[in-house]
Design a protein around this ligand. Structure first.
Ligand code: HEC
Ligand code: HEC
Length: 292
């Protein structure tokens, strides 16, 4: 009896002290103390557990039927940090994603104190120790944005170049849909490659579901229709294009297209996004596409 009481007493005190009694050493040589992890743990139980689950596996009570599903945080793979495909996010990436949320998904913007924001960032790393623990683990590369060759006064020029890069040079239509008539696409193709676009058919106007590393198929968005998860500004579009969306099939485009063309694509995508709030203009574009 005494022993049982003692065991009970010990576990209650352990509980009061929190889940963690020791700190952790994370990627990038980041030492985090137990108090921070415990604050992160209580923050997580308050705000995150219903979707991401007690075990961090994305199977919380509110997860059922959600598309996209909540991230399985035990995988240690993240879509929207500003680092190259598959590399490890910096704390600022987690802070931004958690603070701003992901548009058009159940992941809302979380208005919590800076202290709790950082604590929960550290805590979620403990779900993927294979990825995060150890001083030898390195954080992803941060690439300096190249100077914007266009800017506000050359917006029209940027968009005109962007639509050619989108349909011909980068062929974003292998996953996303086209936003120009086939005649127009063939004319651009002749101008840039000297020949018409090979093997083009109606599928160019469809969104092609992509297999992902997240155990579900991912839809490449229609920019004139879908909310874009990580985009809150022009610069965000540039960053996303630079780095891609890890694990979803959406590659990073640095070194695939020129730096200037990356900016042209940015303005073009932004221009398409405006049609979301302008049904008339969107319909006019769809009508232009139909007249071959
Ligand atoms: C109502 C459900 C819900 C709650 C609550 C929620 N999330 Fe999420 N979270 C999601 C969904 C859904 C996604 C996946 C979005 C996607 O794949 O586009 C996500 C994605 C994430 C990601 C991955 C980001 C990336 O780049 O891949 C992180 C990290 C994350 N959430 C952390 C948190 C934290 C921390 C909290 C609590 C402060 C929280 N979430 C609360 C639904 C939720
Ligand atoms: C191999 C397929 C593939 C190709 C090629 C591709 N994308 Fe994507 N793209 C995707 C997928 C899948 C997503 C959705 C990712 C998600 O939300 O999980 C996406 C998302 C995006 C987003 C939204 C990011 C966000 O924050 O929601 C933008 C912008 C984008 N792509 C632009 C482009 C542009 C421009 C090109 C051509 C230069 C391109 N993509 C080529 C598959 C592709």
């Amino acid at each position: 009896m005494k022993l049982i009481l003692l065991v009970l007493l010990v576990s209650v005190t352990a509980c009061n002290r929190g889940k963690f009694t020791e700190g952790r050493m994370f990627a990038g040589g980041k030492a985090v103390d137990a108090a921070t992890l415990n604050l992160g743990h209580t923050t997580y139980l308050e705000y995150c557990v219903q979707c991401h689950g007690l075990a961090g596996d994305g199977k919380g009570v509110s997860a059922a039927g959600s598309y996209p599903p909540p991230r399985n945080l035990t995988q240690g793979l993240y879509k929207f940090p500003n680092v190259p495909y598959g590399e490890l996010p910096h704390d600022v990436d987690f802070h931004r994603i958690i603070h701003k949320g992901l548009n058009g998904s159940a992941m809302l913007p979380w208005d919590i104190s800076d202290e709790r924001l950082d604590a929960v960032t550290q805590y979620i790393k403990t779900f993927a120790p294979q990825t995060w623990e150890g001083a030898d683990k390195v954080l992803g590369t941060k690439i300096e944005p190249t100077p914007n060759p266009y800017g506000e006064d050359k917006r029209v020029e940027a968009i005109a170049r962007g639509e050619k890069v989108y349909h011909i040079v980068a062929q974003c239509t292998t996953c996303h849909r086209a936003y120009a008539s086939m005649d127009q696409i063939n004319a651009w193709s002749k101008e840039i490659n000297g020949t018409e676009m090979a093997g083009m058919d109606e599928t160019i106007y469809q969104l092609k579901l992509q297999d992902s590393e997240y155990n579900y198929k991912v839809i490449p968005p229609d920019f004139t229709y879908h909310p874009l998860r990580s985009i809150h500004s022009t610069a965000d579009i540039y960053q996303r294009m630079l780095y891609g969306v890890s694990g979803s099939g959406m590659p990073g485009w640095k070194d695939v297209v020129s730096d200037d063309d990356l900016w042209a694509l940015t303005y073009y995508v932004e221009d398409l996004m405006k049609l979301k709030n302008d049904q008339q203009a969107r319909q006019a574009l769809m009508n232009r596409i139909e007249t071959k």
